[in-house]
Design a protein around this ligand. Structure first.
Ligand SMILES: Cc1cc2nc3c(=O)[nH]c(=O)nc-3n(C[C@H](O)[C@H](O)[C@H](O)COP(=O)(O)O)c2cc1C
Length: 458
């Protein structure tokens, strides 16, 4: 009898530029040494995870000229890290976030094709448009494109990259490639692309890679972002990890697939999730409260409030009451274009609500931020966490989760040792890898599968 339950997909997010990391824990290690990446990747592979995930942040975060007090110390380049990890793992997928706003298709396509070759078919590309005006200042374009143009560039960028991946596709070319030496076909790698964003032609010099094309992820959340995912992505990295929000997002995005001629199983929904484990549910709840306190320093709490108030609040005491002045409502924002801005569409109303909450609970600024901000997604004993994750996936709140630990590099160890075996016992998570490529792990067809089937039919 076939298992009627959905299989869960799990991935490991190496924490990047954020204030998730709990530095005060004695186990917190380097975010830049290779040994941290290697430990993290090996743990994910030992636990039979689908892939490791790297987000992208191309500039240290700052506000009012000051670097965030709890951010990690910088972040090495994605391709360099993933290529090094390919050498110390065998099966684990390797997903890199690379934006389409400040890069060029030839370069990015070549990097992903190379990673797919070197890893034996384990590469994935999370195509983001990047929300950060600030990031743009690092690049010659400056600033960032308006949202609709960012997505039209992203679409054309991805289509162009596909033309490049597919430029080594003919039977004779593949036969040459299989022998690995002499290139007899004059068409190999030839491409011409003329469009609004890119006008390029030439020869692509990375041969067809094991997966044909890397697996494509998408992360934007707007109308345009969701349509882009529905038309072109194999998976979405989302922020909706609660049951209700997850189900709403899942229904919305999967509902968009039919008009592109796609089936619901051709786009996986994988929210970011955090986990706090304890021997008992009570112990885990205590630990989760402690983790949250450590994630929100006084300085972090003031920064958080400044997003809403849109003004310098550095003179306020984080252990004191909320400001009684109102937020400044302006297009010109203190955070200079970052995503949080759009989360707070009506700052005056939010400030009023927060003041009321703080007054009712006798909360300081810091306590308000601790109690209203990001909570841990899964908190409990291994049995509780395994059951909740499975319940969420079976209830179509997601197809799995991308776990973001608060400790690097050992933050996945407990999950690998205690939660994964329970999911395996329930028959909802693989006991071992069944295929070699990331497409195999995710149940996604090879882009040439249709062609092969068509050939067989004819
Ligand atoms: C869950 C999630 C993760 C994201 N991760 C990144 C990232 O790592 N790097 C980046 O530059 N942008 C990231 N983005 C931003 C997107 O690329 C996009 O620019 C932004 O969300 C604005 O597009 P939207 O209006 O469609 O959401 C992320 C967005 C979401 C929702």
């Amino acid at each position: 009898m076939t298992n009627p339950l959905k299989q869960i997909h799990l991935a490991a997010h190496f924490p990047g530029v954020n204030n998730t990391t709990v530095w005060s824990d004695p186990a917190a290690g380097s975010h830049i040494e290779f040994s941290s990446f290697a430990h993290f990747a090996r743990t994910a592979e030992r636990a039979k995870f689908d892939f490791l995930f790297l987000a992208e942040g191309l500039r240290l975060r700052e506000q009012g000229g000051k670097i965030y007090d709890l951010d990690v110390v910088g972040r090495p380049d994605t391709f360099t890290v993933l290529a090094a990890l390919a050498a110390v793992t065998d099966r684990l997928g390797l997903t890199g976030t690379i934006n389409s706003t400040f890069n060029e298709p030839y370069e990015v396509a070549r990097q992903f094709a190379s990673l797919d070759h070197l890893s034996g078919g384990r590469a994935a590309w999370n195509v983001v448009t990047s929300w950060d005006a600030f990031t743009g200042e690092n690049f010659r374009r400056g600033g960032f494109l308006p949202q609709d143009e960012r997505y039209s560039r992203a679409k054309e960028f991805l289509a162009t990259a596909h033309e490049l991946f597919d430029s080594w596709r003919g039977d004779e070319i593949l036969a040459d490639q299989a022998t690995g030496t002499f290139l007899s076909d004059a068409k190999a790698g030839a491409f011409v692309h003329q469009g609004q964003q890119f006008d390029i032609h030439g020869r692509f010099n990375a041969p067809r890679s094991p997966q044909g094309r890397p697996v494509i992820f998408q992360a934007g959340d707007s109308e345009e972002g969701r349509e882009f995912a529905a038309s072109s992505a194999d998976a979405i990295f989302s922020r909706y990890a609660t049951l209700k929000e997850g189900q709403a997002f899942y229904t919305d995005v999967k509902g968009r697939l039919a008009k592109y001629g796609r089936r619901p199983d051709q786009l996986l929904i994988l929210p970011a999730a955090t986990v706090v484990l304890g021997d008992t549910d009570e112990e885990a709840a205590d630990l989760a409260r402690e983790v949250r306190r450590q994630q929100v320093s006084g300085a972090t709490a003031i920064k958080h409030l400044e997003f809403v108030w849109n003004r310098d609040l550095s003179a306020y005491d984080p252990e004191g009451p909320l400001p009684d002045i109102d937020p400044v409502v302006s297009e010109d924002h203190i955070s200079r274009g970052r995503a949080q801005v759009r989360m707070y569409r009506d700052p005056i109303a939010i400030a009023r609500e927060w003041r009321e909450l703080a007054a009712a609970n006798n909360w300081s600024i810091r306590e308000l931020v601790i109690n209203t901000g990001n909570r841990q997604t899964f908190v409990g004993s291994p049995a509780t966490v395994a059951r909740t994750i499975n319940d969420f996936v079976q209830a179509d709140a997601s197809d799995g989760f991308i776990l973001v630990p608060h400790i690097t590099p050992g933050g996945l160890d407990g999950f690998a040792d205690k939660v994964v075996p329970l999911l395996q016992e329930q028959g909802v998570f693989r006991a071992d890898y069944e295929g070699a490529t990331l497409r195999d792990h995710l149940g996604l067809a090879h882009p040439d599968a249709a062609t092969t089937a068509e050939r067989a039919a004819s």
